[in-house]
Design a protein around this ligand. Structure first.
Ligand code: FMN
Ligand code: MN
Length: 446
């Protein structure tokens, strides 16, 4: 079945055993978040919650938490994903106008556009309240009219108001700065429950309209309708569309929320998004994700940056066999496997990886017999192949991410490179032990 929206993706996931339905009633406060976290930690399936307490619609979550499901979303193999994203950034495909949007079936405006209609979960125990976390934010440059997709967490602050956390270097921040300098409100729409390529595209840093990258990722243009209210182009097959505006000069306390670093941040003073209408499809499904989750890291760190990492290290050496930003490293750890030809090569690769993206702090370079997708293999290489005084180096006072607890408030930190390849003089003496993998079912074991 071709994927074109959330529903068709759910069908594909259930056909592949990648979606479970939770039939009992669940509490949107903490219980949904805990179930999603438990499933994710054991590389389990995504979850469809049929009966969130007090809700009129189901909730789905954890859709892009695993490499298997990301590959299903992109209809390719896991190893093809980075090249697929790199290709799509180079071959954008503009959206296509259609006349009908299923989300027009139900529309509430003004006082009726009440956020309590939506089953917005409070995810982690220390979260400050319910947050919209999987909503794709649609905005427009006030000068050029070019649209933008991004994720911004949104904390429910009232029936028609959410706090929206906008980091300094985001395109949306630039748009809001322009609107605010003119004393104008910035029109905004949020699409919840979309074709997963729109989510993947929203996590990318791209100078242009990410909707065109989503079209390229899908291999067909995103169907859109023009909002009568704001003129924004909205994905026609979204489950739920919120429309409204960010008023100029308003800031309100927002957060904390479990962050992608696996830590809670501090409360912020964030702009607010005033919701003026809510539209949703017949039988709408609400989508969510956990703040501190592999799903967040996959969308925000792994998928956008593995192509960059590959590009940077391949520039330094043609002997690179594989690269990975493991989600358990919060995007701060890069792994590189190389068939080294020269003892200096791993250190140059570590330096290249550190500059591939500002967030990359620790780099471990391993031999190709180490499976960089298996944390146990990486820790084994660290434990048996690293001579600290020779193989570990630091770059002090480098720029990293300010939410890394080792950074100062501006993100200044020490980066670390580790050459975990076996040293040349020892290489002839050691060979990795590899047992045959057997089919346990032949022995009555499962
Ligand atoms: C799940 C998720 C949540 C995010 N939350 C925020 C957020 O609250 N505020 C923010 O500024 N960026 C957030 N980001 C990062 C941006 O959405 C991301 O960097 C995006 O590419 C920015 O788009 P832009 O390049 O068009 O500015 C989040 C990313 C993900 C994947
Ligand atoms: Mn952008």
């Amino acid at each position: 079945m071709p994927i074109k929206d959330l529903r068709s993706f759910l069908t594909v996931l259930s056909e592949k055993g990648q979606l479970v339905t939770v039939e009992p009633e669940v509490n949107p406060v903490h219980e949904i978040g805990s179930i999603l976290a438990t499933l994710e930690r054991k590389n389990g399936p995504a979850a469809f919650f049929r009966r969130p307490r007090g809700a009129t619609m189901p909730v789905v979550g954890g859709l892009l938490a695993s490499p298997e499901r990301i590959a299903l979303a992109l209809n390719c193999s896991k190893s093809e994903v980075p090249d697929r994203i790199a290709w799509s950034l180079e071959h954008p495909l503009p959206p296509e106008m259609v006349t009908e949007a299923p989300f027009a079936a139900n529309r509430w405006e003004g006082d009726a556009a009440d956020l309590s209609r939506l089953p917005i979960p409070t995810h982690a125990p220390g979260d400050s309240g319910p947050f919209i976390t999987a909503g794709v934010v649609i905005s427009r440059d006030p000068d050029t009219g070019v649209q933008n997709l991004s994720f911004q967490r949104m904390q429910v602050q009232g029936p028609h108001q959410v706090g929206i956390m906008i980091n300094e270097w985001r395109h949306l921040k630039g748009f809001l700065d322009k609107a605010e300098s003119r004393g104008q409100a910035l029109p905004l729409a949020v699409a919840v429950g979309v074709d997963p390529v729109l989510m993947i595209a929203a996590g990318l840093r791209y100078e242009g309209d990410e909707m065109e990258v989503a079209g390229a990722l899908r291999g067909s243009p995103v169907p859109v309708v023009r909002s009568e209210k704001s003129g924004l182009l909205l994905p026609a097959l979204a489950e739920i569309i919120l429309e409204g505006e960010i008023p100029p000069g308003v800031r309100a306390p927002e957060g904390p929320l479990a962050e992608f670093t696996g830590h809670y941040g501090r409360p912020w003073q964030s702009p607010v998004f005033l919701v003026q209408s809510i539209s949703c499809r017949e039988g709408a499904i609400y989508q969510t994700l956990n703040g501190a989750s592999f799903e967040h890291i996959n969308l925000g760190n792994v998928l956008p940056r593995e192509p960059l990492l590959k590009h940077f290290v391949s520039h330094v050496s043609k002997n690179v066999k594989a690269v990975h930003l493991p989600p358990y490293g919060s995007g701060f750890l890069a792994l590189v496997a190389v068939e080294k030809r020269n003892p200096g090569e791993p250190k140059n690769l570590a330096l290249a990886a550190m500059t591939a993206h500002v967030n990359i702090k620790n780099v471990i370079v391993v031999d190709p017999d180490v499976n960089i997708y298996d944390p146990a293999d990486v820790l084994w290489a660290l434990s048996t192949r690293v001579r600290p005084e020779e193989d570990i180096f630091y770059v002090k006072n480098a720029q990293g991410h300010e939410l890394d607890p080792t950074s100062d408030s501006r993100g200044v930190q020490t980066k670390m490179g580790i050459d975990a390849t076996i040293s040349e003089d020892r290489a002839g003496h050691y060979k990795k032990v590899v047992y045959s993998t057997v089919d346990l079912s032949l022995y009555g074991l499962t």
